[in-house]
Design a protein around this ligand. Structure first.
Ligand SMILES: Cc1cc2nc3c(=O)[nH]c(=O)nc-3n(C[C@H](O)[C@H](O)[C@H](O)COP(=O)(O)OP(=O)(O)OC[C@H]3O[C@@H](n4cnc5c(N)ncnc54)[C@H](O)[C@@H]3O)c2cc1C
Length: 487
């Protein structure tokens, strides 16, 4: 376990000689989920204390691009000419995992427009415009982008494509603006925040109910009583190397795991120590940041056997997920002179270049004839405007025929993949942390990346689902805990 804050076993309430602070609702972590839980709990009349390990609020939410996956017919979707409905959004999201949380997906889709309006009321601005380009980082202040696999096969066969990646109106990252507005609203609602306060353990009554936390504040021990409940909103475990190795051995150490420095899994571990259970801990979002330029989408991705394995017009997260599954992590992006371009965002290397596909195949050590076969089949169909093997959209089909040919090195451990985990505590939509038997742990709630939310599969991840999940289910947890009976 890394970091001084590795969560320890819960303390018994009887061992606390004196509570230093108390509140109806104690929220651990002041990022997106914590702020939204605080706003709703305080607006419902509860006294709220946010305990934040860093010197200020924000967490990963404030360093993020700020995309929120919102749909079902938002103002921005309508203004940009896209039709969507809660049912259509649900049909899409249900395809995004082999084990979707149907209840959360349903509630989220039914209330996504309301959540959009709620954010607007808090002062989060969204422009009524769309950026149609295939981008990874949005460097414009347009209100919405295509941030998932909506247009790609097989998703387009299950739901009508609609763009849902809403970004607060900012030229660069939208996360700072989003968090600033959440912070203003939490303060206005009367929530109090205590910074430089690392929560280390939960405190349990004899019957197992969570009644408070122990924290370290400016080097001093602090016992904080929670009359109605504790909400764990302390982010995920992207920066805990030991947990990454344990749960995600396929990619750990071979990709850059991204998050804020306090993403050490403390909330998940504290919840588990109080009998909560964690789910989907081996799932992650992994990205291969190879576009822009979008022209590379006209190339093909092949593994060490020279075989294609995915439609290259997918969202970069789905592509990253399939790349990570290839034997030995060996993947090359093959492009010809007409379509090759250096990825704009991160450093990539060329594995090989050659004047013919046969020479490229040999230089890459791909078995004789395999790459030539893949390119020949792909080209034959591309000239007819179709891809019967992986159903890439016609817009992205072009024969690979103009020498020289290049193989962009997309091998795991070589290419600049970035990832973060998606697993966390098992919760109800209203935030109750559940035991392995599906029973709520009394007094304990969680939201955001500390939990396993609606985005729970590498193949189905869409940008915006983390912050949408953290902010929306943070709100529900805040409301629920505020209405709980006091201990
Ligand atoms: C570079 C980057 C860009 C991203 N862009 C997007 C995007 O555009 N859209 C999207 O949906 N997702 C995005 N994500 C993911 C998303 O930002 C996070 O999943 C989400 O913000 C998590 O919100 P949260 O409230 O759960 O956690 P956070 O916002 O990280 O808040 C957790 C807080 O808890 C505090 N904390 C931790 N441990 C303790 C403790 N023991 N005691 C007290 N406090 C503690 C932390 O300091 C932090 O302030 C991005 C991630 C990265 C790294």
């Amino acid at each position: 376990m890394s970091g001084e804050n590795a969560a320890s076993s819960p303390l018994r309430a009887e061992s606390i000689a004196k509570w230093d602070r108390d509140a109806d609702v104690v929220i651990v972590g002041y990022g997106g989920a914590g702020a939204c839980a605080a706003i709703e709990a305080a607006r419902a009349g509860a006294s709220v204390l946010l305990l934040e390990r860093a010197g200020g609020g924000g967490g990963t939410t404030a360093m993020s691009a700020g995309h929120l996956y919102l749909g079902g017919g938002t103002r921005v979707q309508k203004a940009t000419g896209y039709e969507d409905s809660p049912e259509n959004m649900r049909d899409y999201l249900m395809q995004c995992s082999d084990d979707p949380d149907e209840e959360k997906v349903e509630i989220y889709c039914n209330n996504s427009v309301e959540h959009f309006e709620w954010l607007v009321e808090l002062g989060v601005p969204f422009r009524d415009s769309i950026l149609e380009e295939r981008v990874m980082m949005q460097r414009t202040d347009d209100g919405v982008i295509w941030s998932g696999n909506e247009k790609a096969w097989p998703f387009r066969e299950h739901a009508t494509p609609a763009p849902r990646g809403h970004k607060p109106q900012a030229e660069e990252e939208g996360g700072p603006l989003l968090f600033a507005k959440l912070h203003e609203a939490a303060q206005a609602a009367g929530a109090e925040a205590l910074y430089d306060t690392a929560v280390q353990t939960l405190v349990l009554a004899d019957d197992g109910r969570v009644v408070g936390v122990m924290a370290r504040h400016m080097g001093e021990e602090l016992a904080v009583r929670a009359r109605r409940g504790v909400v764990l909103c302390s982010g995920g475990f992207a920066l805990n190397e030991s947990m990454l190795r344990h749960h995600m051995p396929r990619i750990a150490g071979k990709v850059e795991s991204i998050g804020n420095p306090y993403d050490d899994g403390a909330g998940i571990l504290m919840g588990m120590a109080a009998r909560g259970t964690s789910i989907h801990m081996s799932e992650y979002h992994i990205t291969l940041p190879h576009y822009p330029p979008s022209s590379l989408t006209k190339g093909i991705l092949v593994n060490g056997q020279g075989q294609r394995f995915v439609n290259e017009d997918c969202y970069h997260g789905r592509i990253g997920a399939y790349c990570a599954l290839q034997p030995g992590g060996i993947v090359y992006l093959i492009a010809d002179n007409a379509h090759f371009g250096w990825p704009e965002l991160r450093d990539f290397e060329l594995a090989e270049t050659a004047e013919s596909i046969a020479e490229l195949e040999e230089a890459l050590g791909i078995p004789d004839g395999m790459l030539q076969h893949s390119v020949e089949v792909y080209n034959r169909h591309a000239k007819e405007g179709r891809d019967p093997v992986f159903h890439k959209q016609e817009t992205w089909l072009a024969p690979i025929e103009e020498p020289p040919f290049a193989a962009l090195d997309c091998r795991l451990g070589k290419a600049p993949y970035m990832a973060f985990p998606l697993g966390g505590l098992w919760t109800r939509p209203t935030g109750e942390v559940l035991t392995a038997e599906g029973q709520p742990v009394a007094g304990l709630y969680a939201a955001g990346r500390t939990t396993c939310g609606i985005s729970r599969s590498a193949e189905g991840y869409a940008s915006g689902t983390c912050i949408a999940d953290a902010t929306y289910f943070g709100r529900l947890a805040g409301r629920r805990v505020a209405s709980a009976s006091p201990a």
